[in-house]
Design a protein around this ligand. Structure first.
Ligand code: SAM
Length: 227
């Protein structure tokens, strides 16, 4: 059975899309999408041989080799022009890694209508990338599984320039509006952790670097606590 986290990622894949799941590991997500009739064709990309073999095995076991292409490739190099991919999922990695995959794969993004991204940490980097590259956020979700809190960001091409405040970039424009209990828990946890770091910085030498870092954290704490 698919995890709650990946089930929620799957929920944002449009019916009838041609999907590429990058960093697919066991290919659980594309298998689920095909078996549940959400998509008919998919690509599962993996850069590491072990997970690539697991993906291939899983796809064969499910009898889906005719529908899911498993490819050993880095990032969006797993996507070929003849695939006509319309949606990309990237889940279970850090935000900066997801951004570098998107940044290096800009050519393969040409015909893509939707990106469904699930960063484990630092979702802000994805919002920064989206704003800089003219993608907007159409949906955002926050969820908890095994005591860990995850965010899902759904991006589509923006029709007009994307302008978000620092707070929206950090916390998410849609998530800020909804302010669910999980959202509040996440930011309480983050802010408590930043406060501990600031406190520990007080007892070290006040170099320029430390002072700057401290100021940065104090500003973030303020941004979050005002909410
Ligand atoms: N997407 C699955 C999930 O959400 O459960 C697997 C997440 S797993 C923690 C991250 C996977 O991404 C690993 O299998 C890793 O090999 C793969 N990966 C990391 N960098 C990658 C890249 N540049 N291109 C393709 N796969 C990558």
């Amino acid at each position: 059975q698919l995890s709650h986290r990946l089930t929620r990622v799957a929920h944002h894949v449009p019916k009838g899309a041609v999907v590429a799941d990058i960093g697919s590991d066991h290919a659980y997500l594309p298998c689920y999408l095909v078996l549940n009739g959400v998509v008919d064709k998919a690509v599962a990309g993996e850069v590491v041989i072990g997970p690539f073999e697991s993906a291939r095995k899983q796809v064969l076991q499910e009898g889906l080799a005719g529908k899911i292409h498993v490819r050993l490739a880095s990032g969006l190099d797993a996507i070929h022009p003849e695939d006509h991919i319309t949606a990309i999922t990237i889940a279970g990695m850090g935000g900066p890694l997801i951004c570098s995959i998107l940044e290096q794969g800009k050519e393969q993004l040409a015909g893509v209508e939707r990106l469904i991204l699930q960063p484990n940490v630092h979702s802000k980097s994805i919002r920064d990338w989206a704003a800089a590259n003219n993608w907007t956020i159409t949906e955002e979700e926050i969820l908890k599984e095994n005591e860990k809190i995850y965010e899902i960001l759904v991006l589509e091409k923006a029709q007009s320039p994307v302008l978000w405040t620092q707070r929206q970039l950090l916390m998410g424009p849609k998530l800020l509006k909804d302010q669910t209990p999980i959202f509040q828990e996440k930011w309480r946890r983050e802010s408590d952790q930043w406060k501990r770091i600031v406190a520990s910085m007080e007892s070290t030498a006040q170099t320029e670097e430390i002072i700057e870092k401290k100021q940065e954290l104090v500003e973030k704490i303020q941004l979050v606590e005002e909410v």
